[in-house]
Write a new protein. Sequence first.
Lengths: 140, 405
Amino acid sequence: MTINEIQDEIIEEFEVFDDWMDKYQLLIDIGNSLEPLDEQYKTPQLQIEGCQSRVWVHAALVDGKVVLQAESDTVIVKGIVMLLLRVLSGRTPQQILDTDLYFIERIGLKDHLSPTRSNGLVSMVKQIRNYALAFKLTAP
Amino acid sequence: MDSFFKDLRSEFPILSRKIYGKDLVYLDNGATTQKPRRVVEKIENGYYYSNANIHRGVHYLSQRATEAHEAARERVGRFINADSASEIIFTRGTTESINLVAFSFGEAFCKEGDEIVVSVMEHHSNIVPWQMLCERKKMSLKVIPMNDRGEILLDEYKALLNPKVRLVAITHVSNVIGTINPVKEMIALAHAAGIKVLVDGAQSVPHIRLDVKAIDADFLAFSGHKIYGPTGIGVLYGKAELLNQIPPYQGGGEMIDQVHFEKTTYNVLPYKFEAGTPDFIGSIALSEALDFVDEIGIERIEAYEKSLLEYATMELMKIDGMRIIGTAADKSAVLSFLLGNIHPFDVGTLLDHLGIAVRIGHHCAQPLIERLGIDGTVRASFALYNTFEEVDVLVKALKRIQTMF
């Protein structure tokens, strides 16, 4: 599936709920399904600034694709991270840099997380883009 | 008694707001309290009809504004039972009050090798200014430990009181775990050793009686916005003899007597510490807030909030996996907890969507959170307009949240 097909799929999954608590339930369920990050990656270097909770994002370039792994100590943030990974992990650096992440706004995550928390989300996206940019610039 | 306090809710327009379609349950009073209409009206009328700079105009409006500002100072003095209004300095809040003392007291009385004593349960604003002083003067900061319930260890405190200690800075009530510290006893012990004491009253002045003469505090700091008053104004009380011995904090207008390039002399108390135009609208609004509290009676508020705390503690304890953080024998209406292993961020986010405002995290008291061996807490902090029904809403919400994980 293309990046946008996955984004549309996520939007559909969230659209069926009109109650916010149901949307959060889905986010929690998604968060609980996130594979734990290898302890060696839970370092201050991989920790995202600007979050109320702790979030770590690790990126590796495998066969020209950016493979992302991440974890948070809160389940809701794990859910958000998992969605980002679903959309962006396994894409080329250029694809990640070109992506307009419209699903975040469409499922209401941006509106419904307070400014500081939303900044955390913004920081996560920025960090992933930085990884992609670094891979692009250093790629042979 | 419940209905008396419930009736007061109509004075607070914000309390009838809906949040995500749910009735607002505001339990973040430790961060700031809501304002009754009469306080906001004071601000509005102040700007609409009485605005004029104080202490300098010959004109009618300036004189009335000056009188109102000085009457507010007297009002604050009466509220905490100060000897004289000249011992009341208006600041921007507790933080600025503490910074003022850390700077000016530090300049007058502290030197290399001296010590400042704080407790492990201080808010960052009663830690960092002292660290800055210690760095500036090459002094050291000593910390009073507590037990697992969150009570100060008095024997350890006594052992810290040596001749090198210049000042003890202690919070009256912990903003995280609600412990009411035995400040009167702690001050007596410090005074017996010739040591001055600053009391951080940010979390106590709005909730329990604080009489500076009864406890013999040398300095007391508190904020207007936590006692139903406006933001941006706070109070530093200091004993006149001490305030007279310490230098000004900031220079500027108002705080001077004579200014010449050769030599400037400073104004008398309290103006020596109030450089620049003070918040003369904020002061009269704060005075109105104190009237509001006094008309109800702080003892009555204390008793009601205590009953809310007891009820909330009892009801929360019935939830499986509930951990109350801070179980001191003497507590003010601040309730920190952890819901099983669910991260405070998740609990706070979901409570928010159920209309319930709480605070989560380290509550600007990282050393305390570290001492407790946790990452943070969920904190419900009460005020006089909270109700038993709101506690029920909180409990119900927590039970629902628990099923989601």
